[in-house]
Design a protein around this ligand. Structure first.
Ligand code: ZN
Length: 190
């Protein structure tokens, strides 16, 4: 697959967990955004150790949540962290060309997109997002359970569409971010 050196999925997950621990009591992001790392990643290219698919919500900042800097996370953001061909193409690119071995679908508490799918029938382009979430949650009424079901559906879509098996290097896991405590709960092990 990739010629890049990159972390195996389990090591990438451990790094995310450690970064999240540091974030819980942090007042600013300790990630490296220095001139030096900007130049290094420009000269040598990027080798992000994890792909994070999360919501566009302004309270959910992947690089902060995982104490990450430039070149560490390949981030895909769309309201409700739903999947379509554009997101799948982004995942495939990072896995095939950057050697990234871990995908995290990161839902979050108090998600407006999940809430809208639970309580209303939006029109306009928002409908494209809430329709996807409705497919995931069915008749579920509990917000947190709905959030989890929506994450699990995105995880399943990635595995199916990219034809991943247990022996694939690329691992996919779900996670939920609590917007008040800052804690990330990982739903799967890799
Ligand atoms: Zn959201």
């Amino acid at each position: 697959m990739a010629h890049h050196q990159n972390l195996p999925a389990a090591e990438a997950m451990a790094k995310l967990k450690a970064g999240n621990e540091r974030y819980l009591d942090a007042a600013s992001n300790p990630g490296d955004i220095s001139k030096q790392i900007r130049q290094k990643t420009c000269d040598e290219g990027q080798t992000p150790y994890a792909i994070v698919i999360t919501c566009s919500d302004s309270r959910v900042i992947p690089e902060s949540i995982f104490s990450a800097g430039i070149g560490e996370l390949f981030t895909i953001r769309v309201a409700g962290n739903v999947m379509d061909h554009h997101q799948l193409g982004s995942v495939e690119y990072a896995a095939d060309h950057l050697g990234t071995n871990l995908v995290v679908v990161l839902g979050h508490t108090h998600c407006g997109a999940v809430g809208a799918a639970l309580t209303s029938n939006p029109d306009g382009f928002v409908k494209y997002i809430t329709d996807e979430i409705k497919k995931a949650i069915g008749d579920e009424k509990d917000e947190l359970t709905a959030c989890r079901l929506n994450v699990e559906r995105s995880v399943s879509i990635i595995k199916e569409q990219l034809k991943l098996t247990d022996s694939s290097d690329l691992k996919v896991c779900g996670a939920i971010y609590q917007i008040d405590s800052g804690k990330v709960e990982f739903l799967d092990t890799v």
